[in-house]
Design a protein around this ligand. Structure first.
Ligand SMILES: [Zn+2]
Length: 373
């Protein structure tokens, strides 16, 4: 049972603090925080502010001394992801000499930021191989409590946090022969518990850093199974063995590009024919021509020089208005006054609009606008 110190209501949620807090806060040391239930009410967040740790609940737990049911499975997953980070960071130093500058654990994947602009896939693979070999060796992960002064004399992978105080007890996490770091998070007792680590992405991020995305333990199993499922599906859709999927994709893209070029050519030829005999009407001294058709005809049609004063074109998704004499900007503004749901914009001579409007309605509205210019 845990004795509640304070309950406060913040924006409709209940923040609860304890005299002896057992909860790990979200984001501390880059790690995910605890979840579970307080008096049966789910914890949705664990916050740290001003040295106080708060469990955030949707409802008042209505108790002064509470049962806290910790989500142990989540803790185990966090320990696996976190220990994987120690191993990966240490292996990146071993293989490439590149230090990790920061770590962030998410609900789906975790990331470390390496102090380098770019890193080769080959180096990443070598690092990953070393990390997974460490896991398979089933090395113990040991915890040591030392004073701040003692900690300063250990060969730590990263410098002690400036937030630490000289009177603090420092918790060191050691993987013998590989890593020694000060850390307050959760860790497994043996590297074997991790199962496997997967690096799923690398990305260049600002500050000249490379972000490495990784997952391990059950997350890695689920990721691999999901990937297998997707690849099998694609393989059956495209009727090629999975090894040939990239080749198949490239071939299809090339074909698509060629077909698009062909369609554009045909569209231009058609547009030239259609332009000679467009339906038209006269409003005051202005000739309005209009046409409704496919995008591949309408687009070249808008570019062909016209004898009309206003060209109104419609595809199934949009209108194109063209004029060298009338201000399209003015016409579109007035059209929007009549139909406020219309989206899109216009320059002086051409405009693009989207709206639930038929070609007839648009012509009628434009006629009215022009008559009143
Ligand atoms: Zn740690």
């Amino acid at each position: 049972m845990y004795k509640i110190k304070e309950i406060k209501e913040v924006e409709g949620k209940f923040w609860v603090s304890f005299y002896k807090n057992p909860l790990y806060p979200d984001g501390k040391g880059g790690q995910l925080g605890d979840r579970g239930k307080i008096n049966g009410i789910p914890i949705i967040e664990v916050r740290q502010s001003d040295k106080e740790i708060w469990a955030v609940l949707k409802q008042d737990p209505k108790c002064r001394e509470c049962e806290i049911e910790l989500d142990e499975k989540r803790r185990e997953d966090i320990a696996i992801q976190h220990t994987s980070q120690h191993i990966l960071s240490a292996c990146f130093i071993e293989i490439t000499g590149i230090p990790t500058l920061s770590f962030h654990m998410g609900e789906e994947y975790s990331t470390i930021d390496l102090d380098i602009k770019d890193i080769s896939d080959e180096k990443i693979e070598m690092t990953l191989e070393m990390a997974n070999n460490i896991i398979r060796k089933c090395l113990p992960v040991r915890e040591k409590l030392v004073t701040y002064d003692e900690a300063k004399h250990f060969p730590l992978r990263k410098k002690l946090s400036p937030k630490l105080h000289p009177t603090d007890t420092i918790r060191l996490i050691e993987i013998p022969g590989l890593d020694l770091a000060a850390c307050s998070g959760f860790h497994v007792e043996n590297t074997g518990k991790i199962g496997t680590i997967l690096i799923i992405k690398k990305e260049r991020v600002k500050g000249g850093l490379t972000r490495i995305y990784f997952i391990s333990g059950h997350r890695a199993d689920r990721y691999a199974l999901n990937l297998i499922h997707i690849v099998q599906n694609l393989s059956s859709i495209f009727k090629v063995p999975y090894q040939k999927l990239p080749e198949k994709g490239e071939k299809l893209l090339k074909e698509l590009k060629e077909e698009k070029t062909e369609i554009a050519k045909i569209g231009t030829i058609l547009a030239e024919k259609i332009a000679q005999d467009l339906p038209q009407k006269k409003v005051k001294k202005y000739t309005i021509k209009y046409y409704e058709g496919e995008e591949y005809v309408v687009v070249p049609l808008a570019k062909i020089s016209h004898e009309e004063d206003l060209l109104v074109l419609k595809t199934k998704d949009r209108f194109i208005l063209v004029s060298q004499i009338l201000s399209i900007k003015e016409l579109v503004t007035k059209l929007k006054e009549k139909y406020p749901e219309i989206k899109g914009g216009a320059g002086k001579t051409q405009g693009n609009i989207v709206g639930e409007l038929s070609l007839e309605e648009a012509i009628e509205a434009l006629t009215h606008i022009i008559e009143n210019l």
